[in-house]
Design a protein around this ligand. Sequence first.
Ligand code: 5U1
Length: 679
Amino acid sequence: MPDTFLTESRLQELRQQLNYHNYRYYVLDDPNIPDAEYDRLYAQLQQLEQQHPHLISPDSPTQRVGEAPLSAFDQVAHEVPMLSLDNAFDDEELEDFNRRLQDRLKSTDDIEFACEPKLDGIAISLLYREGLLVRGATRGDGTTGEDISLNVRTIPSIPLRLLGEGFPPLLEVRGEIYMPKKGFDELNDKARSAGEKTFVNPRNAAAGSLRQLDPKITASRPLEMCAYSVGWSEGGDLPERHTDVLEALHGWGFLINPEMKAVANIQGCIDYYRALAQKREQLAYDIDGIVFKVNHRGLQERLGFVSRAPRWAIAYKFPAQEEMTLLKDVEFQVGRTGAITPVARLEPVFVGGVTVSNATLHNRDEIDRLGVKVKDTVIVRRAGDVIPQVVSVVKAKRPTDATEIVFPDHCPVCESPVETLPGEVVARCSGGLICGAQRKEAIKHFVSRKALDIDGLGDKLVEQLVDEGLIDSVADLYKLEAETVAGLERMGAKSADNLIAALEASKQTSLDRFLYALGIREVGEATARGLSRHFGSLPALMDASEEQLQKVDDVGPVVAHFVAEFFQQPHNLEAVQALQDAGVYWPDVEVEAREEPLEGKTYVVTGSFSTIKRNDAKKMLQDLGAKVAGSVSAKTHCVVVGGGATNNSKYVKAQELGIDTMTEEQLVEMLGEYGVLEV
Ligand code: 5U1
């Protein structure tokens, strides 16, 4: 066989393998070879292409990033216009949409709908000829867009060549390019540390990344593409149901939204909308609503279009999460741990489904980063249950009399100096419990629902009790008498009696609630639960060293330090004693006997794992008492190498130092023997 033929078929084989593994990694999120193996195949392809440059093909994974930047984008006329969507803003409008469809179809039968999250990104058209990506274009005005082929090629979840079989020879796929939240945060963190401008939100970041004339910049941005329809196709058959078309696209190499689902009727759409609204904040990407489409393409065709939108689809929008308003003033609040938080007082604005009049400005650095002044017009964001925040300033609207925000150097409540510890961004009042604000917040936390849960003792009443000098500390609560409380404004004999009864009832509590109630920095409910289960009693916890504390789930060095430090402070010990003297008590928790057969041993875990997740493996080793380190040294007892890569640098180092190694299979077997993993 001639040499060129062999080279060509090897090149094709490498391209196919790499494109397939790329799909498994970026689209299915289920790689089945180690990264090192992918890198080796890629290097082989690169080397072979360097030797035979005339054999380089456009679907080669080495050709994702073009060499030369463009001077401008060409215009592209869309063969079939890229339509927009009609919107619905409440259930009634959605039901009207269903009624209109039934009227047009002259039937009262239920209509099946496809439901998909509406990604907050940039609409894109991708054209494939004989399975090869030949063009990527923006939506533009719907009729004419811009050719951004070089940029879309850099996005790993976009196939350069379609996988599998059965795709039409001419296929235009439409979808959304977006930046996942995690990638967006990392991109902005990087920009911040480099002193560069940050992006306002993931959508702007995605748009800015695609608008680059230099594809290398686009390639460096964490973009993804999710397919949501076929614009047009020639030759070949597409499935009759839209959801099956999406499944076909998935098989040909595209990412489709995993939340996509068919429902039997409009009530199914409403239920889907509610369920996704609940889940919205947990999704890895921003969405601004749900798109409902008549699922049968035959019905879609019968329904047709009006002006610029199809009759068979609608976007049910979530309430906007960002709105513009006026920043009227800034006040500084003192929290339970003394943290000083600048709070923006706003012209009330309806955002994220509620009226917002205050928003956090976080800290001094954030004020500097935003460059915000009093009387500025600002953009406020309220997402889910998160505290509303000022995300940017509309500088073009700044009036001439806007004033600088001056961060206080003394506590606005107790006038103690404000200090910022090295390495921290948060400024804190140094007054401790001398500071009325910190005292009030500590008491509010102590009585709150997840802590001692004292019924009838809301924030306002705590403030009243402190302001009237009736309580100074949490233990003072238990000295309150009904007559005194009844004399307070807005209180009567009945509510005072109820409060005293609730205080009495709260005395019997649990160790985890008590620990949470103490308000130790960084100790939330889950950590308090972990500490209580691990140590079983307060004295055992108080005696624990930072190292012992770190053995508790989710307790790292920072939390361990805060816990140990808390119990070293005499005033905290006095407060705990005073509460116990007042009658607060809890049963000890039975501590499960813990065997730590690997205590004193240090493991390093490296390589890619297939049967268990690497992080789970680390956690299980820690549960068995082992320390898991990030690098190999003479102190390491064993290196676990997943994926069997013998050129793994940690494996090589272990060999050099004569340290034991084990494979993933051996680790799984060992974990099984110790009973921490079912095999
Ligand atoms: N998920 C999704 N987003 N989105 C946007 N589907 C969807 N469909 C669209 C648009 C503009 O248009 C259809 C009419 C194809």
